[in-house]
Design a protein around this ligand. Structure first.
Ligand code: SF4
Length: 233
């Protein structure tokens, strides 16, 4: 009875199916000629400490106002931005974070996400981490889902599941879990397959935590119950 990241991926994929993350609106960007990568980056900030359903409301307001671009966020008065993103909570902090990110891309990369993302992964990551309110989970979500770069996102759900099953890691730090998942998952895969697998597994872990492995787990129908030591049945 043991679960490694690859087995976790297989079990969860069989149970939940392909999650096709990150959720964004390709049709909107097609019609408006905007860059969907910035919607993903905005979403990564807005989803901090809130449910995705609240983020969707904030994104809806931004879309209604045709404001899902770097330039529109740079030019928008901060009070107006706060009103639009209010449904996502912590709108004072998050409006500042969005402004800082947009200003950074606009000024340093001449409004080009191509230029922003075409550099070395670690260089972009360090730069994102140096910006106000962007921690490892937010930075890695942007790198993986907007930048299509091979980095595994660790969140509180990943930590919870690793602890409960348990998945063998030396400590529960963000970096340790990330390195373990990456080293296990990247064996025998091309870069393109790695990126797809990282994207999918993070989404599947979120699905597991929302449906079964909650604060108080519902183990009876959990796809991992055969392999989990923590199970409460
Ligand atoms: S069996 Fe229970 S504790 Fe274990 S992963 Fe599933 S829901 Fe979580």
């Amino acid at each position: 009875m043991s679960v490694d990241p690859e087995k976790l991926y297989t079990i969860l994929l069989n149970h939940f199916g392909d999650q096709k993350w990150w959720p964004y609106d390709p049709e909107y960007h097609k019609i408006n000629g905007s860059d969907p990568r910035f919607e993903i980056m905005i979403g990564a900030i807005l989803t901090q400490n809130t449910a995705w359903s609240n983020v969707e409301k904030a994104l809806f307001n931004l879309k209604k106002n045709k404001s899902l671009t770097v330039k529109t966020i740079v030019e928008m008065p901060v009070e107006k931005l706060k009103l639009m993103i209010q449904p996502s909570g912590f709108f004072n902090q998050k409006s500042t974070r969005l402004k800082v990110l947009a200003d950074h891309v606009y000024e340093k990369y001449d409004n080009s996400l191509d230029d922003f993302f075409k550099r070395d992964l670690q260089e972009i990551r360090d730069e994102l981490l140096s910006l106000n309110g962007i921690g490892p989970e937010t930075a890695d979500s942007m790198l993986l889902y907007a930048g299509n770069l091979p980095i595994f996102v660790v969140d509180a759900y990943t930590k919870r599941i690793c602890k409960r099953i348990p998945i063998k890691i030396n400590d529960e730090s963000y970096d340790e879990i990330q390195q373990y998942f990456e080293s296990e998952l990247s064996k025998n895969l091309t870069k393109k397959d790695i990126v797809s697998m990282y994207k999918e597994l993070h989404a599947l872990i979120v699905e597991l935590a929302k449906n079964y492995c909650k604060t108080k787990p519902s183990c009876s129908n959990c796809p991992l119950k055969q392999d989990c030591r923590f199970k409460l049945i």
